[in-house]
Design a protein around this ligand. Structure first.
Ligand code: FA5
Length: 349
């Protein structure tokens, strides 16, 4: 670096052209940093004669001081620019009104499940659970519905693809459980009677939907096994349940003889349609009654399948449609609304 004044002027022009603090700092490091050009020049002083060193040293220091001042002025200017840019970018209106937080609500089905658990536990029932992915044995065979039994057609089934199955045993093909009845088997396998339990949960049916049918629904299974259990016990428990869940003594329940391979005798339970007060509507298919569940006395073959002696133990079992109960209780006239996620429905609960 020969001419210090020329060097200084050129650098001042460069400093002036910088648009960001980052670029300016880089320029500072190149020239005035510890290993910058001026530092190198200062180091080189030692190779000069004492006279030259004195004069060159004074010149270098003066140029350095001037440049430091120019850098610091430019830096102050750029800092102010950057701050005002930032303020513009991040401007918020602190006087704007806040946004109201919407509160979450429980789905009506959750309310029903909680209420059902509470009512049955007040009658001494425990709560059991089972998997939603079941195997053929628990969903059908152990419930007295072997593979070639025509009753399998009563439940349109979602079978799982063989390649996704973990089980290598042929008779244990996997499926989405079609009802909560397999929980009866799982519970009886691992517990000794007497017992009384309910098992609420999600089940799946490969069927078309309409106002009262979904391809996914909730059921609550009930099972009471003891010595000397009869249909009278079942009626008493159900009567108490319906009275409590609907809080309405007017509600009527009727039992129709029906067939389920895992009970004998078997019934279908109907209650008066609350949506139309029994007059007839789309939910009750104009009949005035809504089918709410199936039930019966546990079949001896089911007791055999779980190694319980049918001569010693009897019991009743039932499976209620929780969606239908929710529809009746809250007067929802289409089951699909319960799964729609429509907040206009949900926020009412
Ligand atoms: C059963 O699922 C038997 N497991 C019930 C049972 C348990 C019988 C224990 C005997 C002993 P069913 O397929 O009828 O039965 O279904 C029982 C109830 O679930 C019906 O009465 C109805 O309330 C409800 N349900 C059935 N299918 C649907 C559907 N697609 N959509 C909404 N609810 C349904």
């Amino acid at each position: 670096m020969k001419d210090l004044q020329e060097y200084k002027q050129q650098l001042v022009r460069e400093i002036d052209s910088k648009k960001t603090l980052h670029d300016l700092e880089e320029l500072y490091r190149t020239h005035l940093g510890r290993k910058g050009e001026l530092a190198v020049e200062l180091k080189n002083l030692s190779s000069l004669s004492p006279e030259e060193r004195k004069q060159r040293g004074a010149e270098l220091n003066s140029v350095k001081t001037d440049l430091e001042a120019v850098f610091s002025m430019k830096s102050a200017e750029l800092r102010i620019n950057e701050q005002s840019d930032q303020l513009e970018r991040e401007w918020i209106d602190v006087t704007a009104p806040g946004m109201r937080q919407v509160r979450g609500h429980l789905n009506p089905l959750t309310h029903i499940a909680l209420e059902i658990e509470q009512i049955f536990s007040s009658m001494g029932f425990g709560v059991a659970e089972g998997p939603e992915i079941e195997n053929e044995w628990y969903n059908f065979d152990a419930l007295n519905i072997p593979a070639d039994h025509p009753a399998r057609d009563m439940w349109d089934t979602f079978w799982l693809k063989p390649e996704s199955q973990k089980s290598k045993v042929k008779s244990q093909k996997l499926l989405l459980r079609t009802h909560t009845s397999p929980v009866q088997i799982r519970y009886m396998e691992s517990h000794k009677p007497p017992f009384r339990i309910i098992a609420p949960g999600k089940v799946f049916r490969h069927e078309a939907t309409d106002a009262s049918h979904g391809f996914q629904l909730f059921q609550v299974e009930g099972l009471m096994v003891d010595k000397n259990i009869s249909v009278a016990n079942f009626r008493a428990v159900m009567g108490q349940f319906f009275q409590q869940i609907f809080g309405n003594k007017q509600i009527q329940m009727r039992l129709r003889p029906s067939y389920f391979p895992f009970v004998e005798p078997g019934f279908e339970m109907d209650i008066t349609c609350i949506i139309c007060n029994g007059k007839g509507c789309s939910v009750c298919a104009q009949g005035g009654w809504v089918e709410i569940g199936g039930a019966g006395m546990v079949h001896p073959k089911v007791l055999d399948a779980v190694q319980l002696n049918p001569n010693e133990w009897q019991g009743f079992a039932f499976g209620l449609g929780m969606d239908r109960i929710a529809m009746m209780k809250y007067k929802v006239n289409d089951i699909r609304l319960l799964y729609s996620g429509d907040v206009r429905l949900i926020k009412q609960f």
